[in-house]
Design a protein around this ligand. Structure first.
Ligand SMILES: [Fe+2]
Length: 252
């Protein structure tokens, strides 16, 4: 179920949101979940076969952006077709190195959750694609005010039970937004949103050296590092109070 932004001028639409969320919250206890997180694939489709067994046994595969390396929708389609040949349950957002038509492709094909809530197997997800401006120009960048606008739209329809946040841009001042120089370049707006909504896990990407598992309050922040170099994460949820994340590496 995809729940997009409410229309600002449509009471009927807002009412539909309200009942959609009521439906989600009345679904009862969410089941255990094993998530395979791939961040910063950067077009490395040749590595996907290497994690065939992990893909097949995961309940859900999440792609945290930079699916392509400065590619368009057709390049993303090549990656998604390969992943879904092993596991069709995929949620994704674009990254700054994906052209904006990649986000359109993801949304149109039912994978994308940028700017939306999505229920998956009884768990509630939200996502934001792209990144803040980078030192070199990349094709899918946004300023903090625009990120705030998206997050404010999500706040309008949320009731505080978000389970997972999928963002290419990491939240500010964590292990996961720190450059090799020590500078933190994450999003303050995304961090504020996590502090307010307290999802179980925020899955992120973008800062290739920001590898690791950190926390903001009770929220686990996971950046496995770039899949292009064989890195990925497996996140196991057996209840709201039982979350485990493991960073993994393809070995030769
Ligand atoms: Fe990126």
């Amino acid at each position: 179920m995809l729940i997009p932004y409410p229309s600002k001028d449509s009471a009927a639409c807002s009412l539909a949101f309200y009942f959609s969320l009521l439906y989600i919250y009345s679904m009862g206890q969410a089941s255990a979940l094993n998530i395979l997180q791939l961040s910063d694939i950067h077009g490395a489709d040749f590595l996907i076969d290497e994690i065939k067994s992990e893909l097949e046994k995961a309940d859900l595969v999440v792609l945290a952006g930079d699916i392509t390396h400065f590619g368009h929708a057709n390049a993303a389609g090549t990656i998604l077709r390969k992943i879904t040949s092993y596991n069709e349950n995929v949620l994704a957002v674009s990254g700054n190195c994906d052209y904006p038509d990649v986000e359109d492709y993801l949304l149109e094909n039912g994978y994308g959750i940028h700017g939306s809530f999505r229920e998956n197997s009884g768990w509630l997800w939200a996502g934001i694609g792209g990144s803040l401006p980078c030192p070199g120009r990349t094709p899918n960048e946004f300023e903090e005010p625009e990120v705030k606008e998206w997050l404010d739209s999500l706040r309008q329809i949320a009731t505080g039970s978000l389970d997972f946040l999928l963002v290419h841009q990491p939240p500010a001042n964590t292990l996961n937004d720190r450059l090799s120089t020590g500078e933190h370049v994450g999003s303050r707006q995304i961090r504020n949103f996590i502090e307010e909504m307290e999802p179980l896990v925020c899955m992120t990407a973008h800062i290739h050296e920001g590898i690791g598992i950190d926390r903001i309050g009770s929220t686990l922040i996971v950046n496995p590092g770039p899949f292009r170099t064989g890195k990925y994460a497996v996140i196991s949820i057996s209840g709201k109070n039982s979350v485990n994340a493991e960073l993994k590496q393809i070995t030769a």
